[in-house]
Design a protein around this ligand. Structure first.
Ligand code: NAP
Ligand code: ZN
Ligand code: ZN
Length: 350
């Protein structure tokens, strides 16, 4: 099926219209018309060739929501007309221990999981993402959206920003009695605040942007700290169970490690193109602190997160843009000027 899309032809080219071919649905496939697609900072890293192994042309987009148009004969869970989502993955080996545990993002198969775009991660034919009119995906990688249709666009960012913060919050047991920090109030960070708050944790937001303080409180933060203010940071020394770091640029990790209590953990989800300076060993040794990372989330936990958000009336705070404004949106994203996720209205694809 010929499908309209937007692609970067190289790391320095602006995104522009591009025709792609989507497969006709096979027996286990679901075809959907894409109605909205969120704009993740990973899209920008990819379109501008900031990560190793980017294949061009690149069609970004992995916060996809839309309506099922056709299903294969073996598909039982989805039917035409239904609202569904597709996140960061469209396939995996299904046989390795990670896949069997529902952690397809850590697939140990020969090429790892297949990213919705620029996949499989271990190399192979390039996949094209959600900056497009339609997509065909194996039913096992399609999510049911139980939000109302009026919330559909604002639910799109849950497919990456939501699950990427939900997964470490659940893994490191954020909840009542826990003090949880969220560093960086962008797409991921604002969802991290909402989700940690909904899970019952005491939430502290760290930001470099003074103008986000009032918003962070509305999003659910109990306290907001300007991370470049040493005195404000020091007041929280040794007090956090968990800090999730969503910052998309290299920075000093010791400033956050110092804030962890004994056995606390700093979890990196931000994926800057160049490394953070290495933290000092003493900050880790003396309080048995951990420095960890976390990658998106599995399909099962993504559905759990979507259902939790539908039940708790949680969506993203979004700014809708037409497809043609994508490069302007990337520029604003680089200036931390997004409140708090751009979502593309796919009706503007033309
Ligand atoms: P985003 O919307 O651009 O938000 C990033 C936030 O980080 C900014 O809003 C800003 O918050 C803060 N920030 C940016 N530059 C900074 C700097 N130089 N110093 C300090 N703070 C800075 O990006 P996003 O979509 O949330 O993505 C964040 C990162 O996570 C990206 O690297 C992305 O590729 C990565 N990511 C990882 C996964 C995963 O599975 N681990 C999944 C999705 C995305 P303040 O204004 O509040 O300071
Ligand atoms: Zn993403
Ligand atoms: Zn696998």
């Amino acid at each position: 099926m010929q499908t309209k899309a937007y692609a970067a032809q190289s790391a320095t080219a602006p995104l522009a219209p591009f025709g792609i071919d989507r497969r006709e649905p096979g027996p286990k496939d679901v075809a959907l018309q894409i109605l909205y697609c969120g704009v993740c900072h990973s899209d920008l890293h990819t379109a501008r060739g900031e990560w190793p192994g980017v294949q061009f042309p690149a069609v970004p987009g992995h916060e996809i929501v839309g309506r099922v148009t056709a299903v294969g004969g073996a598909v039982k869970k989805f039917k035409p007309g239904q609202l569904v989502g597709v996140g960061c993955m469209v396939d995996s080996c299904r046989g390795c221990s990670a896949c069997k545990e529902g952690l397809e993002q850590y697939c140990e198969g020969p090429v790892g999981f297949t990213g919705t775009y620029n996949g499989p991660i271990g190399g192979g034919p390039n996949t094209y993402g959600g900056y497009s009119a339609s997509i065909t995906v194996d039913q096992d990688f399609v999510l049911a959206i139980n939000h109302t249709e009026k919330d559909l666009a604002a639910a799109a960012p849950l497919l990456c920003a939501g699950i990427t913060t939900w997964s470490p919050l659940k893994h490191w047991k954020a909840g009542p009695g826990k003090k949880v920090g969220i560093a960086g109030i962008g797409g991921l960070g604002h969802m991290g605040i909402k989700l940690a708050h909904a899970l019952g944790a005491h939430v502290v937001a760290f930001t470099t942007s003074k103008d986000k303080i009032a918003d962070a409180k509305k999003l659910g933060a109990d306290e907001v700290v300007i991370s470049r203010n040493d005195d404000e940071m020091k007041a929280h020394n040794g007090s956090f169970d968990l800090i999730i770091d969503t910052v998309a640029a290299p920075h000093n990790l010791d400033t956050f490690l110092t804030l962890l209590k004994r056995d606390g953990g700093l979890v990196l989800v931000g994926a800057p193109s160049s490394p953070h300076p290495s933290p000092g060993a003493f900050n880790l040794i003396f309080k048995r602190r951990s420095l960890a990372g976390s990658l998106i989330g599995g399909i099962k936990e993504t559905q759990e997160m979507l259902d939790f958000c539908a039940a708790h009336d949680i969506v993203s705070d979004i700014e809708m843009i037409p497809m043609r404004d994508i490069d302007k949106a990337y520029e604003r994203m680089l200036k931390s000027d997004v409140k708090y996720r751009f979502v593309i209205d796919m009706a503007t694809l033309g």
